[in-house]
Structures are given as structure tokens and as C-alpha cells.
Design a protein around this ligand. Structure first.
Ligand SMILES: Cc1ncc(COP(=O)(O)O)c(C=O)c1O
Length: 408
């Protein structure tokens, strides 16, 4: 729960119609600025590239482009989305294990940083390099290294090892780099990303050390060193600041890479959007059940905890209710029995029309929302002057039926 007093004893007059996500533009700008400013200070040629998958709301993807933040995409769809929303083709980082040949080569030929991640992508690049439409061919290569050996417990993959990239320890990466060189393809980038559990600095130091040793061993001259995402973004001093991450990366390279000639790329997702998004819900009903009260709301756990893993949220409540005597179990609108978001103890008694707002729910939530029972909720933007705009209208039957032919 936040330090902020979670209970406000009045009904809002300017509140969004629930259920709805609200993107707070000021908070988004603060997060973006914390990374762009740190980059400018530590690695002046560096690039901040927003991880589109984290929250692909068109308003957010477009907002990033308008602020000079690049797009990191991992599918043909995301690549086309970024272009459609104003990202220039030479300011896109294209990762992901399942690119199509056509889109990957289109991205390559129009200046994107393309980081290859599979044997088929390697084959396509080598074929393309036989007869490139113009000049030299440059690609990035994704690296799979034993990060868990150096940073046990810090990554989601743990001892099972990373899933992405070409393996350093077996010599597979060396084979890929040699093969590219033999075919006249320049290795312009190395990409080292881990799914961080702890958001600790150690995985970045490990990535930097590994990158430095690959660069030295293979005498690479990189245009880009892409260190991926996984950063913490918020105000908790127990976590590293953007600047501390970047300094750790720079120092970990120990002079093997020159910031004047190689641009550092980072791909923050959660760190940019998590704190900027709220989910507003209203109470539909409450009724006693045994020793507790079931409170049904118009938002669902599927909206903000798609993996059903969270145990607590930062939230605030608007109610005029008196202190409740019983535990209140906050439930969602779906028919899933486990669509229960949280249990409130010693909170005001909730009744129809009261609201619950969940905070910091911007990453890997909105883009995982299912079309289950109800369609996608409205998304508002709270602009810096406090006004609300609608960034996405709620989906209903019209949107659902638009892609269907029930006479097929
Ligand atoms: C390649 C890559 N870059 C960046 C990110 C963003 O990570 P985060 O949201 O932890 O910053 C991800 C997330 O899965 C990723 O796979």
C-alpha cells in the first residue's frame, strides 16, 4: 500500500467513467526524463528505446516517438505499429524470436537495428548479403550467456538459463559471428537482455563484462551495444537509479567499448510505464458471506494481474462508508471464482458506487487484457494540466463483430 492515505471520504466529481485505465502524463514524462537525462549525462550518444510490448497503447507508443524515444519491437505487428505511430524506420530496434523474413529484411534495409535471434534469421541475413540492394549489411546479434552463474536469483530464468540469443558457452555465438564475417556482414550490435527479477545492478555488470570479452575476442567494432530492459523505475531508494545502472554498465565495460564510437542502447519497459498508470473501478454490490463480505466491482483481476500472481496493490478508495466490521473480499466482474483482487481489513464499509483505484499498473497489464466476458475498458489520459482525454474508447460488440463473419 502507498504512503498516501488510501481512503478518501468523498465521491469524486471529475472521475473517469469506470472501469478505466488512466495514464498520468506527468508521471510518464518524469519516468522518461529520468532515463533520457541519465543517458545524456553518462553516455551522451546513447539511445533510450521504449519496449513496446510492455504497454502498446497507441497513445503511449506515439507519445514516446514525439519525445525522441526510439521503439523496441519484437514482432512484425509491433514493427508496423511503431511506424504507423510516428517512429522513424531508422529509430527502431527489432528484437524477438519470430520475425518474418519479409519484415525483418524491410527493417534492415531501412536502417533499424535488427538483432538476430535464430538460425533462420541468420540464414536470411546471409542470403540477403549475397546481393544487398545498397552498401554493406549490418546486423546485431543477441547473446545468451550464463548470467545466473554470476547473479544467482536475479533473473526469471534462473538456473534453467536464458531462452534468447546465441549461446556463448557452447561456441554457438562464436560460430554465428564468424559466419557473418565470412559472408561480409558487419556485426554492428550485441544485444544482452535478461528478464530481471531483482532489478539489481549485477546483471548489467555481468552483461557489460561479457560484451567486453566478446568484443575483444572477436575484434568487433560495434555501432551499438544494446543492454536490453529490466530496469527499476520509481522512487524507492533501495533500487538503483537510472544513472547508477548506466554508470555500472560503462564501468563494467572497462574501456573495451568507446562511448564516442559505440552508442549504448537501453530498452526500458516497466520502468517507463508501470508507475504512470492507474486502474479505476466502481463497487457494483456487496453482500455478507460467512465471516466476510463479498464486494463485486466492475474491474477484474484479469485487467491488472493477468498472471494471477499479485498479492497486494497500491490503491485508494473513495467512499463515505463507516469502518467495516468484517473483512471485505474485493472481487472482479467475471465469473471466475478466483477473480478476487484483495482482502481489506479494517477499511471503510464499501457499497454500490464507491470506487477503488489501483496504482502503478501500467506494465504487462493493459496489453494482456483478455476479451473475456467484457471487452477492453476505456483508457483515459490525465494531461499535465489535469484535464482528462480519452486515449481509447471502450470496446464493445461493434469492435468484436468487426473482425468476425458469423455467416462464414
Ligand atoms: C528484449 C527485451 N527488451 C526489453 C524488455 C523490457 O523489459 P522491462 O519491462 O523489464 O524493462 C523486454 C521484456 O521482456 C525484452 O524482452
Amino acid at each position: 500500500m502507498s504512503n498516501e492515505k488510501p481512503f478518501v471520504s468523498a465521491h469524486a466529481t471529475d472521475a473517469p467513467v469506470t472501469p478505466a485505465f488512466v495514464v498520468d502524463e506527468e508521471s510518464l514524462a518524469r519516468q522518461a526524463e529520468s532515463f533520457t537525462a541519465a543517458m545524456a549525462a553518462v553516455w551522451p550518444t546513447g539511445i533510450v528505446s521504449y519496449s513496446v510490448k510492455t504497454n502498446s497503447l497507441p497513445w503511449i507508443v506515439s507519445w514516446m516517438a514525439k519525445r525522441g524515444i526510439w521503439a523496441e519491437v519484437v514482432s512484425d505487428h509491433e514493427y508496423r505499429l511503431a511506424l504507423a505511430l510516428g517512429h522513424s524506420p531508422d529509430k527502431i530496434v527489432f528484437n524477438g524470436p519470430a520475425k518474418s523474413r519479409e519484415t525483418m529484411l524491410a527493417a534492415l534495409s531501412t536502417g533499424a537495428i535488427v538483432n538476430i535471434d535464430s538460425r533462420r534469421e541468420l540464414r536470411w541475413v546471409l542470403e540477403y548479403a549475397k546481393n544487398p540492394p545498397s552498401g554493406s549489411v549490418k546486423v546485431g546479434v543477441r547473446v545468451n550467456w550464463d548470467v545466473d552463474a554470476e547473479c544467482p536469483g536475479d533473473t526469471a530464468s534462473g538456473a534453467a538459463g536464458l531462452r534468447f540469443g546465441f549461446d556463448v558457452s557452447s561456441g554457438d555465438l562464436a560460430g554465428v559471428l564468424d559466419s557473418l564475417k565470412e559472408h561480409g556482414v558487419s556485426v554492428a550490435a550485441l544485444h544482452l537482455h535478461v528478464t530481471s527479477l531483482s532489478r539489481a545492478i549485477g546483471t548489467y555488470q555481468s552483461a557489460a563484462r561479457v560484451a567486453a570479452s566478446i568484443v575483444e575476442q572477436h575484434r568487433l567494432s560495434l555501432d551499438y551495444l544494446d543492454i536490453g530492459g529490466g530496469f527499476y523505475g520509481g522512487e524507492n531508494p533501495a533500487f538503483p537509479s537510472p544513472e547508477e545502472y548506466l554508470v555500472a554498465i560503462r564501468d563494467g565495460l572497462d574501456g573495451a567499448i568507446d562511448p564516442a564510437t559505440t552508442r549504448l542502447v537501453i530498452e526500458p519497459g516497466s520502468a517507463l510505464v508501470a508507475v504512470a498508470v492507474e486502474f479505476h473501478t466502481s463497487v457494483l454490490d456487496s453482500k455478507p458471506a460467512g465471516d466476510h463480505v463479498i464486494v463485486v466491482t466492475d474491474g477484474s483481476r484479469t485487467n491488472i494481474d493477468p498472471f494471477f500472481r499479485k498479492e497486494s496493490y497500491e490503491y485508494s478508495i473513495r467512499t463515505t462508508g463507516r469502518p467495516a466490521l468484517a473483512r471485505q473480499v474485493i472481487c472482479g466482474f467475471t465469473c471466475l471464482d478466483n477473480d478476487r483482487l484483495m482482502t481489506l481489513e479494517e477499511a471503510p464499509e464499501l457499497s454500490e458506487g464507491d470506487t477503488i483505484t489501483y496504482k502503478k499498473v501500467g506494465s504487462y497489464t493493459m496489453c494482456f487484457n483478455p476479451l473475456f466476458i467484457n471487452q477492453l475498458p476505456t483508457v483515459y489520459v490525465r494531461h499535465c494540466d489535469g484535464t482528462l482525454g480519452i486515449a481509447r474508447h471502450a470496446w464493445g460488440e461493434k469492435e468484436y463483430l468487426a473482425a468476425n463473419d458469423w455467416n462464414a
